[in-house]
Structures are given as structure tokens and as C-alpha cells.
Design a protein around this ligand. Structure first.
Ligand SMILES: Nc1nc2c(ncn2[C@@H]2O[C@H](COP(=O)(O)OP(=O)(O)OP(=O)(O)O)[C@@H](O)[C@H]2O)c(=O)[nH]1
Ligand SMILES: [Mg+2]
Ligand SMILES: [Zn+2]
Length: 304
């Protein structure tokens, strides 16, 4: 690889292919064009949404620096190693559907990860054309639970285009990330929002009604009506290993009114007497399901 004499330029990472990254030039003659680049060995790992300094060269450019990230989200790969999902995201869309039904433990992990990075959270309840589906009642219960906490929910359908303009309006001037279980319709929504995206989609498995893990790597798309949208693979779990107990509980907004009201100052917020959050679950002021998810995450992170 020879480095040409071209000057330093700015760019944004569209996709990380492994050995190479695809970047879009952000300035001068490079603006709006795509370039395949290697990265210098001293440059930290790159992911969709990263801002970089790069230099054009033939046949491939070279990334010479990664700019400071305003936010980062990572997941755990099968081997338990953390893998970046997206950088510089300011808004998270958690896509849910009646099929596959939401796993709330996964949703709560998305929320905790987002809140810790000061990323706003909006739900997209997709496949609303399937209102008569047997899972609809359960889906509605999940929607109600998160609406009650104060998270906005946009109802959408790729079949009827319900909610698409609302999503588009919310995308402007931001970098947004679609997350959610495989098969909920993230890539289908993206294709409707930005038809040039032409992202691959696939039906659910007939046998177990689960998604086919069609999207395998995060990719950033420029939306013609405004904003950047990163489509991500159906993520099983976000990495929360870097969080302390304060950050974990801050991720549960609905617990906040009860913090500081427990009988003991060093309350572990479990079943012990006098825990204000535990009492709140009994009065249905806090969702018992969220409280259970909180404990599951806490135990897993081995934090007190
Ligand atoms: N009925 C109905 N089906 C939908 C809707 N949106 C998506 N689908 C279908 O759901 C299936 C999965 O859609 P994808 O867009 O591939 O799902 P995904 O969330 O990107 O999945 P991964 O890439 O595996 O994470 C496809 O068969 C879509 O046609 C919708 O609004 N209504
Ligand atoms: Mg997909
Ligand atoms: Zn307590």
C-alpha cells in the first residue's frame, strides 16, 4: 500500500469490512464520495458512525486518525469479546413487533446502555398491520409499560407505511441507530425510509418464528430527507460490563423517584425490608418485571 501525496481530509465510517473500512468523504473534492481505506495500525478500531482523518491514495486510502467519539455502543460477540455496534449515535430506536415478541430483558439492556451514553431512546412498534395477531395483546402490554415510563413509541408498518413520516421527521439532524431482535423489521423500515439503502431483508423461520439474522454488520446510511441512520444486526446483548452500580440504576428512570427513600442508606434494593423500590413494585408504581431485569443485570455484572 503506497500513501500518495494527497492532503489529510475528514470522513465518516459507513461500514467496517474487517480489513478495510468504507468511508464517505466529508470535505472538499471528496465530499459525498465513498472510499475504501486501510487504517494505520495505531488507529483504534473503527465502526459505522466514526469520524476519521484520512488520506486518499491509489488504490486504497488510509485512515490516519479516529476522532473523539461523542458516544459508543458495544455488544458481546459469541466469544464474549466486546464489539462496537456504532459510534457518535445521538438517538436509539428500539424496534419491537408482535413477531418475534419482545424480550424485555434485552430492551432494558438497550435502555441502560443508551442512558449511560446520554443517547435518547424512542420505541418503534413495527408490523402494526398484524393487529389481529395473537401476540398483539402482549405487545401492547410492553408498549404501555415503556410509555408509562415516558419513552415515546412510534407505531409503524412497512406494509401500510404507517409511522414512516414520523420516523423520518425524528431522524433529521441526528445520527440514529436501529436496534432490536432479529426479524422485527429494522432493515425493511430502513428500505422504506431510504429506498436507495436496498438493505437485505428475510422472512422469519416458519419453524420457530425467529428472525434469520440477515443483517450481519452495522452500516450507516444517509437519509435523503435528513439525518444518518445506522442499521445494526439483531443484537442479542449489549455490553454493560463498563458500568458501575450508579450508572446501572440511572438506566432505570422509573426507579428514580424512589431512590434515597429506602430504609437503609446502603440499601441493595433487593427483597430486604424497607426497600422503597421493592415496595413500589408491590403497589404497581414500578414494573416488577423491570425490577427483576435490573437484578438480573446487576447479578451478571457482579456489582453491589
Ligand atoms: N407484516 C409485516 N411484516 C414485516 C414488517 N416489517 C418487516 N416485515 C417482515 O419481517 C421480516 C424480517 O424483516 P427484516 O427487515 O429482515 O428484519 P431485521 O430486523 O432487519 O432482521 P435482522 O437483520 O436479522 O436483525 C421480513 O420478512 C419482512 O418482510 C411489517 O411492518 N409488517
Ligand atoms: Mg436487518
Ligand atoms: Zn432499596
Amino acid at each position: 500500500m503506497t500513501e500518495g501525496l494527497e492532503p489529510n481530509a475528514t470522513g465518516i465510517v459507513i461500514i467496517n469490512y474487517g480489513l478495510q473500512v468504507l468511508i464517505e468523504g466529508l470535505n472538499g473534492i471528496y465530499c459525498g464520495n465513498h472510499y475504501r481505506c486501510y487504517k494505520r495500525a495505531n488507529v483504534p478500531s473503527l465502526v459505522a458512525g466514526d469520524h476519521v482523518i484520512w488520506r486518499n491514495a491509489n488504490p486504497f486510502g488510509v485512515v490516519v486518525a479516529r476522532q473523539t467519539r461523542s458516544s459508543k455502543l458495544a455488544r458481546l460477540d459469541i466469544g464474549g469479546k466486546t464489539k462496537s455496534v456504532a459510534a457518535n449515535v445521538s438517538q436509539l430506536f428500539i424496534v419491537i413487533a408482535c413477531l418475534p415478541l419482545p424480550i424485555t430483558n434485552l430492551i432494558d439492556r438497550y435502555i441502560v446502555a443508551a442512558e449511560a451514553e446520554h443517547i435518547s431512546v424512542t420505541f418503534v412498534a413495527n408490523k402494526m398491520d398484524l393487529v389481529k395477531h395473537k401476540n398483539s395483546v402482549q405487545l401492547q402490554a410492553v408498549i404501555n409499560e415503556y410509555m408509562r415510563i415516558g419513552y415515546p413509541v412510534i407505531r409503524s408498518s412497512v406494509k401500510t407505511a404507517l409511522g414512516i413520516n414520523l420516523i423520518k421527521n425524528n431522524l433529521r439532524n441526528k445520527t440514529s441507530l436501529f436496534v432490536g431482535q432479529s426479524g422485527v423489521g429494522k432493515s425493511s423500515l430502513l428500505n422504506l425510509i431510504e429506498p436507495t439503502a436496498n438493505s437485505r431483508t428475510a422472512p422469519l423461520s416458519i419453524a420457530n418464528e425467529k428472525g434469520a439474522h440477515t443483517t450481519t454488520v452495522s452500516r450507516l446510511f444517509r437519509v435523503s430527507s435528513g439525518g444518518n441512520l445506522i442499521d445494526s444486526p439483531g443484537t442479542h446483548t449489549f455490553s454493560l460490563a463498563h458500568l458501575d452500580s450508579r450508572q446501572l440504576i440511572e438506566g432505570f428512570k422509573d426507579f428514580h423517584p424512589f431512590l434515597g427513600k429506602c430504609k437503609f442508606r446502603d440499601c441493595l434494593h433487593d427483597e430486604q425490608s424497607g426497600c422503597a423500590i421493592s415496595e413500589a413494585t408491590k403497589k404497581n408504581l414500578v414494573s416488577a418485571r423491570r425490577f427483576k431485569n435490573y437484578h438480573q443485570i446487576k447479578d451478571e455484572l457482579k456489582i453491589k
